[in-house]
Design a protein around this ligand. Structure first.
Ligand SMILES: *[C@@H]1O[C@H](CO)[C@@H](O)[C@H](O)[C@H]1NC(C)=O
Ligand SMILES: *[C@@H]1O[C@H](CO)[C@@H](O)[C@H](O)[C@H]1NC(C)=O
Ligand SMILES: *[C@@H]1O[C@H](CO)[C@@H](O)[C@H](O)[C@H]1NC(C)=O
Ligand SMILES: *[C@@H]1O[C@H](CO)[C@@H](O)[C@H](O)[C@H]1NC(C)=O
Ligand SMILES: *[C@@H]1O[C@H](CO)[C@@H](O)[C@H](O)[C@H]1NC(C)=O
Ligand SMILES: *[C@@H]1O[C@H](CO)[C@@H](O)[C@H](O)[C@H]1NC(C)=O
Ligand SMILES: *[C@@H]1O[C@H](CO)[C@@H](O)[C@H](O)[C@H]1NC(C)=O
Ligand SMILES: *[C@@H]1O[C@H](CO)[C@@H](O)[C@H](O)[C@H]1NC(C)=O
Ligand SMILES: *[C@@H]1O[C@H](CO)[C@@H](O)[C@H](O)[C@H]1NC(C)=O
Ligand SMILES: *[C@@H]1O[C@H](CO)[C@@H](O)[C@H](O)[C@H]1NC(C)=O
Ligand SMILES: CC(=O)N[C@H]1CO[C@H](CO)[C@@H](O)[C@@H]1O
Length: 592
């Protein structure tokens, strides 16, 4: 008779101290809950606010007063009618939820038939419920079966190689955990992009992965950092995010309206605050601006615009944009470089191509309207590759045949170069003039400066000779001579390393364009530019104008080559540090 009270007492002790695990001997009954060892998350039965008597098994934040569910086991099969459910670890190492009539409402499908009496289901502090065999091997985890929420360090595969669809699927309503039509996950046709689906139709799409690991970064005044990344594990892409130590609770979720949100818990206001939302603004919705239109986030109020070389087709963007000038197949086409773009959808992913081969791939096919290129194996990605794909192809050549839909322009320096095919004349009219002319001008300038240096040097040397002759008996210091020799060069000397630094080692995103004479990059020398762009008072302007006139007179009359400029305009006038104008971009031809 005596052992029984002791047993009852023991099990009472067990329940008073919230446990973090279930075992075959200890099921979870209505009213019980598991609490992770650090007290961060809790798992138990719940009935949503404003709902009927249906109840569910879920995981929620244990310390946050506003009840927030991050995972629901039986979202599409609730425990009906106030019946009391029961969650047990079965003899074949599965979690099984059943109602009071004994109907199975939800179960995992491990079906381990070997003897596994010591199996336990444990709720961990990151919010992950895992099933572990007695020897510690994990055989199932809730992080692999997300509902509408992703937590830090949870990994969402963008491809579905194992046949299991892992998407965030939104709740049907604020109080209804059932699966709705909105889901978010990898686009199985390419594995390169994340899409929010409304049923089978895309509702929002992220730009195709370009190899950069950090696609979003948030830093608040309190200094915590969250990085949302895509991880390449041997050719398979995963999306995940991490937060810095000591940061408040954060989660990524798809709400019942189909909006993707990145939320942080503000303990001061005791509420969740969204710091990233998609689609937002409205023109970010999938294909909202029509073919060849794009959502321009660089505008104060983001709105649809047409890609360069295109004009609206009709009064609004419902039909997108049409070419200002039709393409003639095979000849007379050029590519215009659009920077900071979200790559359009419906691309063809051509494997194993260099940049030039990718250009060629698009040039030679008349129906190709654009291309974009990235090297997925950039340094950061490479350093983070887990069992990197070795020599596997890391090029990402995307080409578009036909219309460009769902394009955008980012306001924050994100995005990549999109090379858009246009009729040559359109390209010229648009922006390419500078790109073609600049290298020529640069070449001419270099030639001119070499001549100048040579002339000055020989003059200087002659002068030095004269001085030497004149003052043969005078004691002339060597230093004076050197000074004279140096004085004759009035051009700034810039070493190659500085140029490499200024243009980020010939980085693609510093490239303005490509012309017949080579590539043109935009660079800022250390300590250069951007301080004087507001000092153009009228006196300075007048000085500039006079300088230009003087320069023109020289070109037209006084120069030995008698040059006619033919393209004098503001963008061809360069200013030096003293605001002296320099005329650039002139031609010398025998025919004029
Ligand atoms: C329940 O519904 C009422 C009215 O529809 C609403 O005002 C209230 O905020 C809801 N409560 C919760 C917790 O959603
Ligand atoms: C729910 O309970 C009510 C009364 O208790 C009963 O009439 C009804 O059939 C039950 N519904 C289900 C689905 O079990
Ligand atoms: C579990 O495995 C056994 C033997 O492999 C099989 O007979 C049984 O149908 C399986 N049960 C489930 C629920 O899959
Ligand atoms: C643990 O046990 C399972 C089943 O008995 C076995 O498959 C697995 O290899 C074991 N793991 C380790 C680390 O021993
Ligand atoms: C999602 O699709 C349904 C029809 O399939 C439509 O009624 C609804 O407006 C769509 N939602 C959004 C946000 O566009
Ligand atoms: C909460 O309030 C404290 C004190 O006013 C402030 O230092 C802290 O930055 C606030 N935290 C947030 C997340 O606003
Ligand atoms: C765009 O214009 C078409 C034709 O004029 C019209 O039917 C459609 O409703 C308009 N769409 C919007 C969003 O204004
Ligand atoms: C362009 O490429 C597509 C896809 O590879 C192909 O179907 C089409 O025939 C090509 N067109 C030409 C003119 O080469
Ligand atoms: C993969 O990584 C693990 C640990 O990082 C290492 O032990 C293993 O050798 C790697 N495999 C390959 C094929 O590189
Ligand atoms: C890529 O193409 C080169 C030839 O251009 C070939 O040698 C190499 O094997 C290819 N790599 C892959 C991964 O297909
Ligand atoms: C700058 C540039 O790429 N120009 C090319 C424009 O297209 C014509 C004809 O295809 C080419 O000859 C030019 O080189």
């Amino acid at each position: 008779m005596t052992p029984l009270p002791v047993f009852v007492l023991l099990s009472l002790v067990c329940f008073c101290k919230s446990d973090d695990r279930l075992t075959p001997a200890k099921p979870l009954n209505a009213g019980d809950k598991l609490v992770s060892s650090g007290g961060v998350f809790a798992l138990g039965f719940f009935t949503p606010a404003n709902s009927t008597a249906d109840s569910y098994i879920g995981i929620w934040y244990n310390k946050i007063p506003e009840r927030t569910y991050v995972w629901v086991a039986n979202r599409d099969n609730p425990i009906k009618n106030g019946s009391s459910g029961k969650l047990v670890v079965s003899s074949n190492s599965d979690l099984v939820l059943s109602d009071s009539q004994g109907h199975t409402l939800w179960t995992t499908t491990n079906n381990f038939t070997s003897a596994t009496t010591g199996t336990a289901a444990i709720l961990l502090d990151p919010g992950n419920l895992v099933i572990r065999l007695p020897n510690g091997t994990g055989i199932w985890q809730s992080f692999h079966y997300p509902t509408d929420t992703a937590l830090p360090d949870m990994v969402l595969p963008l491809s579905t190689n194992d046949g299991i669809l892992r998407r965030l699927v939104a709740w049907r309503g604020p109080d209804d955990p059932a699966s709705s039509d909105y889901s978010m996950g990898g686009d199985s046709s390419s594995d390169l992009q994340v899409v929010i689906w409304n049923g089978t139709r895309p509702y929002w799409r992220r730009s195709a992965w370009d190899g950069s690991l950090v696609s979003a970064l948030y830093q608040s005044i309190t200094g915590f950092i969250v990085t949302e990344t895509i991880v390449d594990r041997g050719g398979e892409l995963y999306m995940t995010f991490t937060v810095s130590e000591g940061s408040p609770s954060m989660r990524m979720m798809l709400d019942y309206k189909g909006t993707f949100k990145f939320l942080v818990w503000n303990s001061n206001s005791s509420s969740w605050e969204a710091f990233i939302e998609h689609p937002s603004p409205i023109c970010e919705r999938y294909a909202y601006c029509g073919p060849f239109g794009y959502c321009d986030a660089t505008e104060t109020v983001p709105k649809c615009n047409c890609l360069s070389g295109f004009e609206p087709d009709g009064v609004n963007f419902s039909k997108g944009c049409r070419r200002k000038e039709d393409l003639k197949c095979g000849k007379d086409n050029n590519f215009s470089t659009l920077r900071g773009m979200k790559t359009p959808d419906k691309f063809l992913y051509v494997k194993n191509r260099s940049f030039d081969q990718c250009t060629e791939e698009c040039s030679r096919n008349c129906s190709c309207s654009a291309y974009a290129y990235a090297n997925l194996k950039n340094e950061r990605a490479y350093a983070n590759l887990k069992n990197g794909s070795g020599d596997a192809d890391q090029s990402r050549c995307l080409i578009w045949l036909g219309g460009l839909v769902d394009t955008g322009k980012f306001h924050d320096g994100g995005g990549e170069n999109l090379y858009l095919r246009l009729a040559s004349s359109t390209v010229d009219k648009e922006s390419n003039v500078l790109k073609i002319i600049l290298p020529i001008v640069a070449g001419l300038l270099i030639l001119a400066s070499i001549c100048l240096v040579w002339i000055c040097k020989s003059r200087g040397k002659r002068r030095i000779k004269e001085i030497k002759n004149k003052h043969t008996r005078q004691h002339l210091q060597n230093s004076k001579l050197n000074e004279l020799e140096n004085e004759s060069i009035d051009l700034p000397y810039i070493c190659f390393e500085d140029i490499v630094t200024a243009i980020d080692n010939f980085s693609d995103y510093k490239m303005l364009g490509k012309g017949g004479f080579g590539k043109v990059y935009k660079g800022l020398l250390e300590g250069g530019d951007a301080t004087r762009n507001s000092v153009l008072d009228w006196l300075t302007r007048f000085k500039v104008i006079k300088g230009i006139a003087r320069g023109l007179l020289y070109l037209h009359q006084d120069s030995r080559l008698t040059i006619i400029h033919r393209d004098l305009k503001a963008s061809n006038i360069l200013l030096d540090a003293e605001m002296n104008p320099k005329i650039s971009d002139f031609w010398y031809g025998k025919d004029i």
